[in-house]
Design a protein around this ligand. Structure first.
Ligand code: COA
Length: 190
């Protein structure tokens, strides 16, 4: 019998200094996971550049670590001028750590962060057949709409909070001492 790996629910908000571990995580992902995440075939060079640009895009990054290695990442990025109360979220979990609750815990962290920074709605884009993302979206009272083979998941922070995200925060994050670390900011504004 193959043993599933375990993890200790530890989620960290990352600083710019930690981005190397995010790059390593993305470079470890299999092609299908990368396709599901980016909606296209991507190269290592793209991933390296993508991580380098994260601070400029004002992205808040959360990570699930196992034995010091980042195995899952949740990203939250505001949509920009005129859409201050909306943000985009995206998630990646390495295949050998799937279905252990990392994606759900990362979503809880992203929702808590969104609430703290005044975001009201989070959007996620994923493929129609991405059952894991649909399941996670629905766990947080999110709505899924369809556009061909793509789905847009929308999670209202208010609805998610009402339905027990605070409970999830307590269950998944607070007991293991999640520390408040400042969000990623562009290097020049630090
Ligand atoms: C989507 C992803 C982040 C989920 O991560 P994860 O850690 O496996 O997620 P969780 O374990 O928290 O939750 C997965 C849920 O889907 C369920 N699930 C798994 N396979 C399923 C299937 N075929 N049908 C329905 N539900 C399924 C699991 O049982 C679990 O639900 P549960 O907690 O109620 O049991 C991960 O699979 C991934 O990185 N995929 C590739 C990238 C991607 O798709 N990103 C999304 C773009 S935004």
């Amino acid at each position: 019998m193959t043993m599933k790996p375990t993890w200790d629910s530890k989620i960290r908000k990352l600083l710019n200094d930690d981005l190397t571990s995010v790059r390593e995580h993305l470079l470890r992902l299999d092609q299908e996971s990368l396709y599901l995440r980016f909606g296209n075939t991507v190269t290592d060079a793209f991933l390296i550049q993508y991580v380098e640009r994260m601070p400029d895009l004002d992205t808040v990054v959360f990570a699930c670590c196992v034995d010091g290695a980042v195995r899952g990442v949740g990203e939250l990025r505001r949509l920009g001028v005129g859409r201050d109360h909306e943000a985009e979220a995206a998630f990646t979990v390495e295949r050998s750590f799937a279905d252990l609750g990392m994606g759900t815990a990362l979503m809880a962290a992203v929702i808590n962060e969104a609430r703290d920074i005044g975001v009201q709605d989070i959007f996620m884009c994923f493929e129609l057949f991405n059952r894991r993302m649909r399941r996670i979206t629905e766990k947080f009272q999110g709505l899924v709409s369809y556009d061909g083979r793509d789905c847009i998941g929308r999670v209202s922070i208010e609805a998610a909070s009402r339905s027990g995200v605070r409970g999830l925060k307590a269950a998944l994050m607070l007991p293991i001492g999640m520390t408040a670390i400042p969000a990623l900011r562009p290097a020049q504004s630090e």
